[in-house]
Structures are given as structure tokens and as C-alpha cells.
Design a protein. Structure first.
Length: 136
């Protein structure tokens, strides 16, 4: 596991910390690090520490007036997007908020957690084949 000082932290505000922990650990391969539910928990996947802040946590304080929430999302790379979508649907998840979109960099779909936070599942495009150059 990555040392805590090497983790990138992202905070998601959630209405139900236990439901969020269950979602991320059961379906997306995160491991529980700290559980102070119902106020707070954090889960880890590789170098990402996802802080799940419930209504009673200090991290859930209101943002200053005039600011609105962004369209931020965590970006999880998968090897086979179609297989991942099938696995999640077989597990009963139907919270996809987009269709599969393809571009030059790869394919993606958006999923929402129980609180409506976005997760982008992304399959990179195959690397272009390179040709070996002839020697001198």
C-alpha cells in the first residue's frame, strides 16, 4: 500500500458514509483505511485516498456563498470497459449517467455513487504500433 504522505486525496461529500464505503469497496476495488461513520471514512485505491465526508463531518461544511459545485470526478482506468460495465450491471448497479463515449484517447462512461458523485471509468486507446527503424 502507498504511504499516506504519497497519496493524492480527493474529498467527496456523501449523505451516507456506510453506503459510500460499501459502494467503493465492493464495486470499485478500494480498501477501507479509516472508518469513523457516520461522520467520515476514507478508502484507498493505489495512490488515491478518497475521503468520504458525511453531513456530520467537518469536511462537509457549506461552501462560501456564490460558489457552485463543479463537475469534478475521479478517473479510474480499467482494462476492459465493456467487461467492467457488465460486471457492475450484474452486481445490480444502474447508476450510469452517460453512454459510452469514445475519443482519440480512449473510451469512457460516467457512473454515480450513492450520493451522486461522479466516477469516470476509462479504457485508454491502444498505443499506436511503432515500426522498428532499420539500422545503419
Amino acid at each position: 500500500m502507498t504511504a499516506p504522505e504519497q497519496l493524492a486525496g480527493v474529498r467527496y461529500l456523501v449523505d451516507d458514509v456506510a453506503a459510500a464505503v460499501d459502494f467503493y469497496t465492493t464495486h470499485l476495488g478500494f480498501a477501507l483505511s479509516t472508518n469513523a461513520a457516520p461522520a467520515f471514512a476514507d478508502v484507498v485505491r493505489g495512490p488515491l485516498r478518497l475521503l468520504l465526508s458525511g453531513p456530520a463531518s467537518s469536511g462537509a461544511r457549506a461552501t462560501p456563498p456564490g460558489l457552485t459545485a463543479g463537475r469534478n470526478r475521479i478517473h479510474l482506468i480499467v482494462d476492459d470497459l465493456d467487461a467492467e460495465i457488465g460486471r457492475l450491471r450484474s452486481a445490480g448497479l444502474s447508476s450510469f449517467s452517460s453512454d459510452v463515449v469514445a475519443g482519440p484517447g480512449g473510451r469512457q462512461i460516467l457512473l454515480t455513487d450513492p450520493a451522486g458523485n461522479l466516477i469516470e471509468l476509462f479504457q485508454p486507446a491502444p498505443a499506436p504500433a511503432t515500426t522498428a527503424s532499420a539500422g545503419p
